[in-house]
Design a protein. Structure first.
Length: 247
């Protein structure tokens, strides 16, 4: 199903509930009634074409309009990626940590496997947070400054030297797909849980929920990385060439 502006957003969410956090990144909370996507975007000053591109990218793995996505301003892409970071750090990761904590509370006896899972995820989170911090502190401000310089030639002399010190290629070289490391953690859960516990049924339910949320996070991160690697990086490389040609 191709998602288009004339569709009611509520019906789209009914069809694919995984789009709820994606919609929220555009400052569209639940409670949008029977409005169409086009109407809601007009009311909330959201770029309709960009929202549709992102929704379809998450909804259909085969859908990825690289050229169309690269046509949007870098600031729109960066703002979306920033909102995704907030979702991962403030919602999804704490949710997963709470599930792991609940498994500890339900378990009895040997907690070796749970300790492995907990330590693995904590180490993963530290690496992921470091990855996000670098993007937020270095990459995104650079992209926005470069876009501003191209739009306003009067500022070029002022920020010229700072922009030339950095290149998106530097970021691309050591940009690791940290989401791939979730695979080992999922394997531990699939192969070695549930354990003996005070409440086997509840323990098993929480284990399944934890595994499901890891799959959800992994899919979201894969799409996030595709947008960074295949849209943002090539777009900024083109902006850098354009900027240097004007100097």
């Amino acid at each position: 199903m191709l998602i288009v502006g004339e569709m009611k957003l509520a019906e789209v969410i009914h069809h694919d509930y995984n789009l709820v956090p994606v919609v929220n990144r555009f400052n569209i909370p639940l409670g949008f009634g029977d409005g169409t996507i086009k109407q809601i975007c007009a009311e909330r000053n959201v770029n309709l074409e960009f929202l549709l591109s992102i929704l379809n990218t998450f909804h259909d793995p085969q859908y990825f309009p690289k050229d169309h996505l690269k046509s949007f301003p870098a600031s729109i892409i960066v703002n979306y990626l920033h909102k995704a970071h907030t979702y991962y750090l403030d919602e999804k990761i704490p949710q997963i940590k709470q599930m792991i904590k609940q498994l500890f509370e339900l378990s009895e006896g040997n907690k070796k496997t749970l300790n492995l899972i907990s330590n693995f995820f904590n180490n993963y989170c530290k690496e992921f947070e470091s990855h996000v911090d670098r993007e937020e502190a270095e990459v995104y401000p650079y992209v926005l400054a470069l876009e501003e310089a191209l739009k306003n030639s009067s500022k070029e002399k002022h920020i010229n030297e700072e922009l030339l010190k950095y290149s998106i290629g530097t970021y691309e070289e050591d940009h690791e797909d940290v989401e791939e490391k979730l695979f080992d953690m999922k394997s531990l859960i699939i192969k070695y849980l549930p354990l003996e516990s005070a409440d086997n049924k509840l323990f098993e339910e929480v284990s399944y929920s934890l595994l499901r949320e890891l799959f959800v996070l992994e899919k979201d991160l894969n799409e996030h990385s595709r947008i960074e690697d295949l849209i943002l990086v090539p777009k900024v490389e083109g902006m850098e060439k354009q900027y240097k040609s004007k100097l």
